[in-house]
Design a protein around this ligand. Sequence first.
Ligand SMILES: NC(=O)c1ccc[n+]([C@@H]2O[C@H](COP(=O)([O-])OP(=O)(O)OC[C@H]3O[C@@H](n4cnc5c(N)ncnc54)[C@H](O)[C@@H]3O)[C@@H](O)[C@H]2O)c1
Length: 375
Amino acid sequence: MQKSINFALVGHMFMGRAHSHALNDVTMFMKDLGIRPVLKTICGVGAGLEDTRERFHWEKSETDWHKVVTDPEIDVVSIAVPGFLHKEIAVEAARNGKHILSEKPLARNYEEAYEMYEAARDNHVLNMVNFNYRRIPAVALAKQLIEEGQLGQIVSYKGFYQQDWALFGAPMSWRYKSEMVGKGPLEMGIHITDMARWLVGEIDEVVSVMKTVVKERQTADGSKEAVTNDDNTVWLARFKDGFMGMFEASRAHMGRKNFQWFEINGTKGSLRFELERMNELNVYLSNDCEDRRGFRNIIVTEEMHQYMKNWWPAGHMLGWEHTVLHQYYEFLKAFEEGSMPSPSFEDGMKAQKVLDAVVKSAEENRWVSVDEIGR
Ligand SMILES: NC(=O)c1ccc[n+]([C@@H]2O[C@H](COP(=O)([O-])OP(=O)(O)OC[C@H]3O[C@@H](n4cnc5c(N)ncnc54)[C@H](O)[C@@H]3O)[C@@H](O)[C@H]2O)c1
C-alpha cells in the first residue's frame, strides 16, 4: 500500500497547470515511487481557478494563500506565483512546518532568497527549487559525460536562453516590473546560471550589459507605464576553475521561442544541447577514430538513459511537461527517503547570488566578484 502526502499549490495558470499535470501523472509512470501525492488545495486569484481545480482533480480551491500555508491537512506547499510573492509564502509555509517546492527564481534578489533558505533550514523542512531543465535525460547524459572526464579539462562554457514574447506588444504585467520580479535577467537567466553551476561548477566573477528594448507598455486604463527590468542581458564569466563563460538571457530575440542552448568545450571533447530539441545531445569526442571524428547526435531515449525506463520505447519523444514531472519525482523520492531534494533552496540562493553580481556589474559598468554580494 502506497503512503500518501497532501499537496497544496499556490498558482493556477501557466506553471500552476504544469505542476498540477505533474502531480496527477507522476505515480502513473514512476512506478518505483512508494508515495502518492494527493491534490488537496489549489490556490490562485483571477479567472480560471475553478476550471484548473476541476480539470486537474484538485479537491478544493482557495483564494487566500495564508489559509493554505496554515492548513494542518497540508504537508507540502508548491509555489507557482510571480516572484514577489515567493518569499512571503515560503517563509510562512516553513514556519508552519510545510515542505516546499518553489518556482524559480527563488525570489527577487539574493537577500530574499537567503531568507527563504534560512527559514527552510531553521524549520527543518524539505525544500526544492524548480530548476526543471536539470531533469531532461539529455542534460543528465551531458552531466554524466562531464563527470566521467570525457570532455577533459573544461575550456569554455556558453549558455543562452532566448525567447521573443516581449516584442509582441503585450500589455504591462508583473513580468515587466523589477519590483515584482527583480532586476536584470532573473526570469530566464536563472535557468542558465543554475545549469552552468550544476554542470561545470561555481562562477567567480562576471561583467555584463543589460538593455530594455521595449521601454513602455500599455496599462489596463490605456495609459503607458515604464518597463523597469531588462529585456536582454549579456554577460561574461570567469569560473572558479579558471575557464571562461559567455551567457545571454533575452525575451526580445525575434523567432526564438524557447531557445535554451549550452555548449561546453573541453580539452578532449565538446557537447551541445538545445531545449527545442530536448531529446538530443550533440557530442564530439577526440578519442573517436580519426577518420570519423565529428559531432554525433545522440537521441537520448534509450532505456538506460535517466528516467526513460518509465516512459516509451526508444525514439518516442518526451516533451517539456516531463521536466516538471521528473522534478516532482525527485521531490517525492527525497521525501520517501527523508533526504534533502536537489536542487534545493541553497542552489536557488547561490544562482541568485551570481545574478545579483550580473546586475551590479551592469549598473556599475565593471567586473563584479560574486563574493561581493552579501553574506
Ligand atoms: N520552471 C519553469 O520552466 C518556469 C516557466 C515559466 C514561469 N516560471 C515561474 O513560475 C512562476 C509563475 O509564473 P507563471 O508563468 O505561471 O505566471 P502566470 O501569470 O501564468 O500565473 C501566476 C499565478 O499566480 C497566481 N497569483 C498571483 N497573485 C496571487 C496571490 N496573491 N495569491 C495567490 N495566487 C496568486 C495567479 O492566480 C496565477 O495562477 C514565476 O515565478 C515564474 O518565474 C517557471
